[in-house]
Design a protein around this ligand. Structure first.
Ligand SMILES: NC(=O)c1ccc[n+]([C@@H]2O[C@H](COP(=O)([O-])OP(=O)(O)OC[C@H]3O[C@@H](n4cnc5c(N)ncnc54)[C@H](OP(=O)(O)O)[C@@H]3O)[C@@H](O)[C@H]2O)c1
Length: 246
């Protein structure tokens, strides 16, 4: 199949925000390469999207594995010679270990998904992105990755004492800026699914569905940055209400 529509690869697309972003972009008529580290869960999700009319290709993809990422590139290349949009969405929350007890091993596991994962996937898909007319990369970060948020005592994350997750998302934010500066031909933007000013986030498995925003609301910023044109921004950080502080 030669893909003629806009195409997007979404990591961690089998559930939560990734799946909802896939559904919404699929509704636009895009071809969705649905990344899922578990093939069974991915097939189920892809089946639901296809039943809703989406053009979807399941891509087995564990962002912590070089081999898996390489195999994903090979598979996507069987369908298209360019990729318009990459959404680095797959994320791990870690176990919320307090700083005094956090080990390098625990942090490494979170970084492997949240930091090295987006680097692995972005690096591997750069050649396909470069073939697109207006390539875009959306980094799904978090308000917890913002120094402004974490140092604001009124923000709940300020008093959630853990090291791995917040620091991994801060690193992801810096990666976004560094990619954007070095590769102006590709738009790199970081988003958080929540509303920072209202201290809200989207209900998903990651937060045991304690969020007050729906996954549709949570994906507003993802969809907005995935659908920007040539005049769109790069190197920004925003939530569904607009730009936010780093
Ligand atoms: N919910 C919010 O309001 C919120 C707020 C801030 C940031 N975020 C960020 O949003 C992104 C999506 O999270 P979510 O809320 O939708 O949580 P979720 O429902 O738990 O989804 C997480 C997704 O990431 C996948 N994943 C985890 N490790 C992976 C790996 N090594 N390789 C490939 N996929 C992997 C999961 O796959 P499995 O199903 O196989 O586990 C799942 O598809 C994350 O980056 C998260 O940090 C969410």
């Amino acid at each position: 199949m030669a893909v003629r529509t806009t195409s997007a690869l979404i990591t961690g697309g089998n559930k939560g925000l990734g799946l909802e972003a896939a559904r919404r972009l699929g509704e636009l008529g895009w071809t969705i390469f649905l990344g899922s580290r578990d093939e069974g869960r991915g097939r189920e999700a892809a089946g639901k999207l296809a039943a809703g009319g989406a053009r979807v290709v399941l891509v087995p993809l564990d962002v912590t594995s070089e081999e898996s990422v390489a195999a994903a590139v090979t598979l996507v290349r069987e369908h298209t010679d360019r990729l318009d949009v990459l959404i680095n969405n797959a994320g791990a929350s870690g176990r919320g270990v307090p700083p005094a007890n956090a080990t390098a091993e625990e942090i490494h596991a979170v970084y492997d998904t949240n930091v090295y994962g987006p680097v692995r996937v972005t690096h591997a898909f750069l050649p396909l992105l470069r073939e697109a007319e207006c390539p875009r990369v959306v980094m799904v970060s978090s308000g917890a990755g913002s120094f402004a948020v974490i140092t604001d005592p009124d923000q709940p994350s300020a008093s959630m004492h853990e090291l791995a997750y917040a620091s991994s998302k801060a690193a992801l934010n810096m990666l976004t800026v560094r990619y954007a500066q070095a590769l102006p031909e590709i738009k790199f933007n970081a988003i958080t699914p929540g509303e920072v000013v209202n201290r809200t986030y989207a209900a998903t498995d990651m937060n045991h569905h304690t969020g007050t925003l729906t996954v549709t609301e949570g994906t507003d910023s993802i969809v907005r940055l995935a659908t920007i044109g040539a005049d769109g921004p790069t190197g920004t950080f925003s939530d569904r209400l607009g730009p936010i502080s780093w």
